[in-house]
Design a protein around this ligand. Structure first.
Ligand SMILES: NC(=O)c1ccc[n+]([C@@H]2O[C@H](COP(=O)([O-])OP(=O)(O)OC[C@H]3O[C@@H](n4cnc5c(N)ncnc54)[C@H](O)[C@@H]3O)[C@@H](O)[C@H]2O)c1
Length: 278
């Protein structure tokens, strides 16, 4: 608890999946959180769940400490803002709203992302542009909006959600890995650029994590159950990851516990990418 006390964090794509888990974890650790999400309804629902969870947790704490006798519990500081990360003005608006509501941004998590899995030569121009607009431009738009304030104040932590596709290739998944390789390049370049101003820029590379994105991928296979089993069989731990397991790493990188970690990428894949073959 309170590893992010007093910090203001903005998480893109926080309506569901990994982004929602990060928003929950950050709020639990005392941060004010802004959920910058294309689908405002999911963001508002997640915001309400966070508020309820934080009030419950605080009530529990005051119960056990014998403090307020469990009559209240303090409110979470949480805000949902409709944001399209492909549009720089939309991301700037979300950062401005965060500042207006809670004060200057300490942490940015560029999490919003989409799977665009194509065969290279049959892929349309639109598929290519859609992938890069969200998965790479979206990350840059977030950095571009958050960095000036962080650089001016001489502190900040940016966490980009990359992927094991950032350094491994699965045939038929083009051009998603190209964009995710770019996320690592962007992370390293900005991490070096702003290190002298005490802004750290890092990435997390999740492996298979159980979210709607993954379930959609299985569902689109000819035999979804067999596709799910094949995925599990590939995993050294014989299971895939949970969103909260990515969130724990995001808390660490966002917090003051990682002051000398910069321009790095932490892999969260249960060891899958270290495996040569079974
Ligand atoms: N799930 C996995 O196995 C996995 C593995 C590696 C990396 N990742 C990455 O993690 C991130 C989150 O993935 P997830 O599995 O939670 O996905 P998800 O589809 O469950 O959630 C993504 C969220 O991003 C939002 N979003 C999409 N486009 C947006 C836009 N233009 N602007 C703002 N928000 C937008 C969606 O509405 C959704 O709420 C992505 O960057 C993804 O590439 C996921």
């Amino acid at each position: 608890m309170n590893r992010l006390a007093g910090k203001v964090a903005l998480i893109t794509g926080a309506g569901r999946g990994i982004g929602a888990a990060i928003a929950h974890a950050f709020a639990r650790e005392g941060a004010a959180v802004v959920l910058a999400e294309l689908d405002l309804e999911t963001a508002q629902r997640t915001a309400r769940e966070i508020e309820a969870a934080v009030v419950d947790a605080n009530r529990g704490t005051s119960d056990t400490s014998g403090g307020s006798g469990g009559s209240g519990g303090s409110a979470a500081r949480v805000l949902a803002v409709r944001t399209d990360v492909t549009q720089s003005a939309s991301v700037q608006h979300a950062v401005d709203e965060a500042q207006r509501a809670f004060g200057p941004l300490d942490v940015l998590v560029n999490n919003a992302g989409i799977n665009v899995f194509c065969d290279p030569l049959t892929m349309t121009d639109d598929d290519w542009r859609r992938c890069f607009a969200v998965d790479l431009d979206g990350v840059w738009n977030g950095c571009r909006a958050a960095l000036p304030g962080m650089v001016e104040r001489g502190r900040g932590s940016i966490v980009n959600i990359a992927s094991t596709h950032s350094f491994k290739i699965i045939p038929g998944c083009f051009p998603y890995p190209v964009a995710k390789h770019g996320v690592i390049g962007l992370t390293r370049a900005l991490g070096i650029e702003y290190a002298p101003r005490h802004v750290r820029v890092n990435a997390i590379a999740p492996g298979y994590i159980e979210t709607q994105l993954t379930r959609d991928w299985w569902d689109n296979q000819p035999d979804p159950a067999a596709a799910q089993q094949a995925t599990l069989d590939l995993q050294p731990m014989k299971r895939i990851g949970r969103p909260d397991e990515v969130a724990m790493t995001a808390v660490f990188l966002a917090s003051d516990e990682a002051p000398f970690i910069n321009a790095s990428c932490i892999t969260v894949d249960g060891g899958r990418s270290a495996l040569y073959h079974d």
